[in-house]
Unconditional design. Sequence first.
Length: 303
Amino acid sequence: MNRRALLGAVAALSVPLLGASLTTTAWAAPRVKPPAKPSYVALGDSYAAGVGAGSYLSDGTTCRRSLKGYPGLIASAGGYALNFQACSGATVADVGGKQLGALGATTSMVTITVGGNDIGFADTLSTCLGTNTNACLAAINEADGEIDSVLPDRLSALFGQVRTRVGAGTKVVVTAYPRLFNGRDCSLLTSFTADEMTRLNLGADHLAATIKVAATAAGFAYADVPPAFLGHAVCDGSPWIRNAQLSNSFESFHANASGYLYGYRPVVAGALNATATPGATMTVTTGGKTSSDTNRGTVKVRG
């Protein structure tokens, strides 16, 4: 066989061998690892924990965390990795000292609801459940003063801590609390006057405005929840707030499951730019007891 014929034969043999080699390589290629779930850290107090929604997690704490609260609803819809740090009774100091360890440079999103316990939310309502209007109005005035004198600096310091722990691309959303009353008292367990309810609602507005200012100053988004609850107060036809309760009194004057689903979730998800991912599944990690007093937010209801 001459040299030209020999080279032709070698080339003919190389083509199928090369094809076999490519086929084998493609078959043995490693499977692509799915991308990590976006990480979502929920910080705050009982309103962030989902108190009032029921179905509380058995996580070895008395934080009363519920996946029917707005963090669980948002994480479930998006298939996020939820790190659930929020805990009943938490103050700004508790969030700063006990909950921020969950944050990091790779955290995708953070929500914060806190401040109500710092100004004595539960104590004020407990006083106003009685029949002493002067005592109620005095308690409201004291709480209102705390909103101005104490809360701004505390929130500013907390938000600064959060900013130093997360990455530049982390979305942080801060929420407030809804109004509770529509001007009508409808429970045998309460004796609110029209003036008391008006003043309590104005206090909620003041608290929301203060939280918004602090969030905006920190460069965080603010989820304006209160307007979503209008028409759904404790004595409305379709209430999204639980009225005073003797059983499970810790749920009194917190959002119910509908309040978190229809009031909080759409507004907070919109501020987070969170989207639903059909078929996605969330994962849940809970913190320990991340509040120094998990009963701090409980209104004292007397039968």
